[in-house]
Design a protein. Structure first.
Length: 107
């Protein structure tokens, strides 16, 4: 019974914060209007994202992910690197591209 309650609670929490491909968001949240995007498909996504996070001075993700993006907004220009698996869907790449314009938008 405790497992069932834990699973239901986890699903409820996931549904509260989960995004769907049909969710709308405001382009007024964009931090930049122009950026250079590099897309790198990789074999081991989790390993790559964790390594890239630490290389940039972050502590890693520590959770499963479907892709990751690293945004750099500097005085010399904006750039963004997206890492995905070699097989990806439109929603995942679109989500990561949003990071390239809006930075960290997750609640």
């Amino acid at each position: 019974m405790k497992k069932a309650i834990a699973v239901i609670l986890m699903l409820a929490i996931t549904n509260v914060w989960a995004e769907t491909p049909l969710d709308k968001f405001s382009a007024e949240q964009n931090k930049v209007s122009k950026t250079t995007i590099t897309w790198i498909p990789v074999d081991d996504l989790r390993k790559t994202c964790e390594e890239q996070s630490r290389l940039r001075g972050f502590s890693g993700f520590g959770v499963p992910m479907q892709a990751c993006a690293f945004w750099n907004n500097s005085i010399t220009g904006n750039s963004c690197v997206i890492y995905t698996p070699k097989i990806v869907d439109y929603w995942i790449i679109g989500h990561e591209m949003r990071h390239c314009y809006q930075g960290s938008f997750h609640k």
